[in-house]
Design a binder for this molecule. Structure first.
Ligand code: FES
Length: 173
């Protein structure tokens, strides 16, 4: 259940608002609701990597929707974060095929190496760990998604270490 707590109002800058309007114009008159998912992505990117209630309310306002219509979509998809997350969100698939190929091992290994539990973020704000359902890369299990990229065949400590190191390096550069 989404706890509704309203704080500071948020809004896009004029440039981003124009980008949002362009997205809305892609859809026929009266079908603006179709722009909801792209606008939620834009809001998540613009408002600190997650969708606060204020951000969702703002999108509802832009699309002339009821806030509940936005909450329903935002809470359904695991790609939308409803609370602050780290710079890298490691989303480990744990559905059948990945489970058979070591998803649980991968989750436990990440927990140990990062010193966090599922749903938590490391103290340096770099990594958040989540367990998600099938990401449609079953043939490459065990795998995880981080941002727009998939990391596959993560079945050894060396591969996990290399991935974490690569992400840490990316954060510096
Ligand atoms: S079961 Fe993991 S990607 Fe499909």
């Amino acid at each position: 259940m989404l706890a509704v707590r309203r704080g500071k109002k948020v809004e896009f800058s004029p440039e981003v608002l124009e980008q949002a309007q362009q997205i809305i114009r892609r859809y026929p008159e009266g079908q603006q609701k179709s722009a909801l998912i792209p606008l939620l992505h834009l809001a998540q990117e613009q408002f600190g990597g997650y969708l606060s209630v204020e951000a969702m309310d703002y999108i509802a306002e832009l699309l002339h929707l009821k806030p509940i219509e936005v909450y329903e979509v935002a809470t359904f998809y695991s790609m939308f974060h409803l609370k602050p997350v780290g710079r890298y969100v490691l989303e480990v698939c744990h559905t059948g095929p990945c489970e058979i190929k070591g998803a649980e091992w991968l989750i436990q290994t990440l927990k140990k190496k990062l010193g966090i539990q599922e749903g938590e973020t490391t103290a340096d704000g770099l990594f958040t760990l989540r367990r998600v359902e099938c990401l449609a890369a079953c043939g490459y299990a065990p795998m995880l998604q981080c941002g727009e990229r998939y990391y596959e065949f993560l079945d050894t400590e060396e591969k996990v270490d290399a991935l974490l190191e690569q992400l840490r390096q990316n954060a510096i550069t």
